[in-house]
Design a binder for this molecule. Sequence first.
Ligand SMILES: [Zn+2]
Length: 498
Amino acid sequence: MRKKILLGIAGIFVVLVAVVIGRTLAITPVELAGMGQAESIDAEGAAKRLAEAIRFPTISHQRGADPEDLARSDKAFTDFRNWMDQTYPAFREATSREIIGGHTLFYTWEGTDASLDPVLLMSHIDVVPIAPGTEDQWEHPPFSGAIADGYVWGRGTIDNKGSLIAMVEAAELLIKRGFRPSRTILFAFGHDEEVGGGTGNKALAGLLQERGVRLHWVKDEGGVIGHGLLPGISAPVAMIGVAEKGSISLDVVAYSKGGHSSMPSPATQTAIGRLARAIDRIGKAPFEARVDGATRGMIESLAPAVPFFQRMVYANLWLFEPVVRGIMEKNPSSAAQLQTTIAPTIVSGGNKENVLPPEARAVVNFRIHPRDTAEEVIAHVRAAIADAEVSVEPLEGIREASSVSNINGEGYRLIERVITESFPGTIAAPYLVVGGTDSRHYLPITDNVFRFIPIHMGPEDSARFHGTNERVSVVNMGQAVAFYVRLMETLEEVDRAG
Ligand SMILES: [Zn+2]
């Protein structure tokens, strides 16, 4: 009897191993190749014009900022717009332009076939300010637009003028060649992305919705071509954001009687004690973590790029999902791909050493995974705290997570194809964007948003993003222009094939 059971188990095991190995072998490992560039592109020219664009200090400011700063930025945006007109005359001629919210530039390059829904290419003009005290650490001043050592240096080169200039360079080149798309191509260049996009892309998306526009797909900033950013993967990986997380901050307030510190209630019943316990309970009630959706797509796409045994795991998530999840949970950046995250960010209470405060307060920020909603987060947190003397209320600025774009649909397949043709040896993989982009404003009028820029970044480059010594290489600018040329040409090819 026992022998039979053992044989049965062994039989199941053999089948299991066969399935695992079969699925692993079905994946062709990626072959590394050089960075190809089929198009003959004037990389130096594109770099020179990016450098000029960098010299406009188009910093976006929160409401209530210093009027002098606002005036300076206002002028920079106007100057940038005039510079665009002069620098890209063919683009200006072939498109119609609308100005939204003061400085967001919206161009329509009308296609020949009005029955096709337009696509939207996005980049933002605005940049974040230079952190006070870091000006001296720049190898070249942040708004000098220096070209040195093969790079264009300055604030906005990566985020996001490099991509903007590459898009317009590509369109300018195609227009001069006599190209006209069948499908209308829209360009939205926001002026307030770094402060929420309210008067720029949000307003524009509302306008398009009023006009009854549906977008075939949208491509915005997001992932980059990473080199050595993922453990165990030597091939460059182009990360395409197919969803983005939401955000909610909860105001957690604990109450108690207060009074003199010489005759306290038990410490756990003071406002501060209750608040500490509440935060502890939130931390001990993590949100569900799973390798699914965009994250599952990412792991499966990376399978061809990893060594055999790792590939065996990646290709068989039906079996090894808990293993992958366990590894990803150990690192905060990969853990953020799996679940809604919990971050206590502000705490306050009490103002005198011998007085018990009647209340103590904390703010906890949650980044909402697409499988959760803001309402569910609130309910989850209230249930975890389970204390009638602690209130939990949402602060303003709730952002739900986005929907997940279809990674088997036409838009994703097109962008993936253009990436692998433009950058041979590069793996394209979908992922979940943990920050926010302006593309979220278009979710009511499209099902497909892809967040990717054709910019190379290595491990030491991520600190340049919103940081010091932001730069993009001249060679990369040429590749980025070629990428957008190919994107528009391939879109046309697919549309013509019907
Ligand atoms: Zn950006």
